[in-house]
Design a protein around this ligand. Sequence first.
Ligand SMILES: [Zn+2]
Ligand SMILES: [Zn+2]
Length: 397
Amino acid sequence: MNKDLHSQHHRFHSHPTRRDFFVQSLGGALASVSVLELAFNRAAWARALAPTVGGTPLFDIKKVADDVYFAIARVQALINSNSVIFVNSRDVLIVDSQSKPSATAALITQIKKEVTPKPVRFVVNTHFHDDHVQGNSAYTKGGAKVDFIASVSAGELMAKEIPIRLKETLDISVPAQIETVHKFYGKATSADEREFWKEQLRQLEAFQAEMKTFSLELPTITFAKSHVIRDRAHDIHIEFHGRAHTSGDVVVFCPQKRVVATGDMINGSLPYMPDAYPTAWPKTIDSVADLRFDQILSGHGPIMNRDRMVNFRNYIEETNTRVEEGKKAGKSLTELQKSITLASLKSLQDNGYGRYVAEIRDGLFPHWGRTFVEIKEDFQDAVNGVTAQVYRNLDRV
Ligand SMILES: [Zn+2]
Ligand SMILES: [Zn+2]
């Protein structure tokens, strides 16, 4: 795993990078104690605290079409992915699980209460990353018959990578986060602040305890190109369009409802690149774009439209081009990061795309309710992270 701080800044998944995201996002807020920070009021703490307190729902479930629902994950110390819920005539198909079985169990409870009592029969894992697969076993608890569907490549990577990365998370990154939380707790100056850190600690320790005895539920159905489930309610096409965020990302497309679930291949944050194929990625999105859908239900962030998909795609392509040109000109990564700035990236200026992403990212990770000025500074670091990942992986095919 790369240990470059910048590339670690933007992250969804659990190897040591999560620790650095956490340390840097919170550390940055504390290090730059400003007038704004000192004026930090109860309302801001309440906002930061509200979505993470135990007992409140972990998801906001929205109806997006008849029989299609989108469960948007609320911020947690360890990120969960969104899930998409397709209600079939007799059962349910879910896209993606979460970072731990208890989070997925909480989703199942919410689905039963807010969506349908029908049983979950299929779970699609869009790719192998922990925040999309580690909740799988919640669906088979009690012996329910459930098929887990993924691409061949995602299935192989789940089996190979998840045990290694989870060990790293439990041995290195979560203990480091806990240490950091203790440090901030010790420096806390208000009851709300202490409450916030206590809640972070509770979540991290609960993850440690739960995952000690974790075993991964692997795919039962894998496919190379596509797998179709036909139902009276609608057809569900699970399709591989090429390499992108990983070697095995799939999308879940429903032609009748004109929706597509895209995991992290097309999402509301920045492209996460450590396992990615940067030059293939835009072409893969172009292929997905040929499908007839109006709404994109991604792994992180809100419902996206096609314009935002194009913004996301263009940002990857622009970064690829600029890194490629920079490499040809013999520039170092540091030099490139200095020139590939928010202001210079046309794709980020287009239709306020940079601001759109910065605001979404602000809601994905626990933090101190920073101002937009600070988010922008943080966002340049995140962009530097993408530049670093493209710099390393550009030649991957
Ligand atoms: Zn993810
Ligand atoms: Zn991912």
